[in-house]
Design a protein around this ligand. Structure first.
Ligand code: NAP
Length: 490
């Protein structure tokens, strides 16, 4: 296996906290607007980034065209070997990467350590996807005119994948795009979140140190304008975007006729049925609503509890929420860190105040200190309140009662989103009934909506996006299908 050279550094001058762009295996300051990375808990500047401009993008595309040809020429076993080595490289630099993410986003160290482990697993799953592929034999003689012919469909790399990632899981969500792109035989140009670009730069550096042809990956920190220019660039064969609805709409417009995958937001409901294991449901939904301070696309935002167990559920749930420790994200004992910025915490505070003014009752929390927002539970919030029907993306959950399962399902579906959901029940028939009727890309039974297995298909319906991630499934999407018909007797 290729040895990972951890001395190589994508940072332009990481000693002084100054970073640029990663292009053709080297690092240099970008020519775009410089910007700062600020630790939301301490208020300190952590790093300065010299981001990309349009000329940098052209330079990157020139290199990536050559990189695409090099990756396409690599046999599958070699792509898999590189991806496995990168999985090892991520593990070796796990502590450093976890601190990078925590300092830039305020995400608790407990969670960023877990994110690094998952990122490594995502690269391992990408290695498996590289070996597997999706080529298939087809029965030519199954229809008129096919007698005596051989038919098969091959998957051809698209060339260059344009990838854009958000702040909330900046390493793993970058791995979810870069890993499958390489597995499928493509080069990849990644524009990470401006709030936290350093983990993506380091992922690029680890891949190159693992043996990836240097021109096959570029990382371009920069704002939405560079993202839109990347999406619209004629050399990009497939666009993979993860982020919010406004960005997703802009990407749809900029992509024109290109094929795209959009992983957008959610407003997940969890149904706790009368026959559920209440302690287990309460435990899962504590993490399910407040993991990553609620800043997950699949965070539990609405908990619907059958009226017969309402009191018992609240007795199990509320003490668990009160026991969560929200504090210094670098303290390994903190369960929650801050929101990504103070402005985001203020936005959540306004949503909560609006919901209370509209008739909601505050059961726990509701306090803000700088960028830190305490885990908050409300009941009785009217369904058309923004906190109930939009994506909250903060440490807030709404609890409410229902009488019948079909009523709960209708309310779970009463949202424009359709990413993930959950049902807690001990009865298979209830689970089957609900999972057939809840309109979402994922239905978890007896696990919270944010429980995700990185190797399995993941994505949404309705306003939550199009396409599926999970390396095997994303890699398939990052190819073109080609049918080959062979007249072997000619
Ligand atoms: P965001 O503001 O939409 O940004 C996501 C990425 O898109 C960033 O790199 C951002 O660049 C870029 N971007 C923004 N506007 C753009 C435009 N017009 N054209 C091209 N790129 C553009 O989202 P975020 O606040 O970082 O992340 C939170 C959102 O992501 C939530 O809605 C969450 O639900 C969603 N999300 C979805 C999934 C999923 O798998 N479905 C997973 C995680 C997060 P800048 O950073 O430079 O603005």
């Amino acid at each position: 296996m290729t040895q990972v050279d951890v001395r190589w550094s994508a940072a332009v001058d990481s000693e002084n906290g100054s970073f640029g762009i990663l292009i053709d295996g080297g690092e240099r300051p970008g020519h775009g607007e410089p910007f700062e990375i600020v630790d939301p808990f301490r208020g300190e500047t952590v790093a300065e980034i010299a981001g990309a401009d349009a000329q940098d993008l052209e330079d990157v595309m020139h290199a990536a065209r050559a990189g695409a040809a090099e990756v396409a020429a690599l046999p599958r076993w070699r792509r898999a070997e590189i991806l496995r080595a990168a999985a090892g490289g991520l593990e070796e630099r796990g502590d450093e990467l976890a601190v990078d993410i925590t300092r830039a986003t305020g995400k608790a160290l407990k969670e960023t350590r877990r994110e690094v482990v998952r990122s490594s697993a995502t690269m391992q799953a990408s290695a498996a996807a590289a070996l597997e592929g999706a080529d298939r034999w087809l029965p030519a003689d199954g229809g008129f005119g096919g007698d005596g012919l051989i038919a098969y469909e091959i998957r051809v790399p698209v060339g260059i994948v344009g990838a854009i990632t958000p702040f909330n899981a900046p390493l793993n969500l970058s791995a979810h795009k870069v890993g499958p792109a390489i597995a499928a035989g493509n080069a990849v140009v990644l524009k990470p979140s401006s709030r936290v670009p350093i983990p993506a730069l380091k992922l690029g550096e680890i891949l190159i140190a693992s043996g990836l042809p240097p021109a096959a990956i570029a990382v371009l920190p920069g704002g939405p304008a560079i993202g839109e220019a990347l999406v619209g660039h004629p050399a990009v064969g497939f666009v993979s975007f993860t982020g919010g609805r406004a960005g997703g709409d802009a990407v749809r417009r900029a992509a024109g006729d290109k094929r795209i995958a959009l992983e957008l937001g959610g407003n997940a409901a969890a149904i706790v049925h009368g026959d559920a294991d209440i302690e287990s449901a309460a435990q899962w939904l504590t993490w399910g609503a407040f993991g990553n301070a609620g800043q997950s696309c699949n965070s539990a935002q609405r908990i619907l509890v059958q009226a017969s167990i309402w009191d018992a559920f609240l007795s199990a749930y509320l003490p668990r929420v009160r026991a969560l420790r929200a504090g210094d994200p670098l303290d390994p004992a903190s369960d929650l860190g801050t929101l990504v910025t103070k402005a985001e915490a203020e936005r959540v505070e306004r949503l909560v105040q609006g919901a209370i003014a509209a008739g909601g009752s505050l059961l726990v929390g509701g306090e803000r200190n700088g960028a830190l927002y305490q885990p908050t539970v409300l009941s009785g919030v009217p369904p058309r309140e923004p906190l109930a029907c939009e994506e909250a993306f903060g440490p807030v959950v709404l609890v409410d009662t229902y009488e019948t399962l079909d009523d709960a399902i209708a309310r779970a579906n009463d949202t424009e989103f359709g990413l993930t959901s959950a049902v807690f029940t001990r009865t298979m028939a209830v689970a089957a009934h609900a999972s057939a009727r809840i309109r979402a890309g994922v239905v978890n039974v007896n696990r919270s909506p944010n429980y995700r297995l990185d190797h399995l298909p993941y994505g949404g319906v309705k306003a939550s996006g199009v396409g599926r991630e999970g390396p095997r499934f994303a890699a398939e999407e990052m190819t073109e299908r080609r049918l080959v018909l062979v007249d072997a007797l000619a």
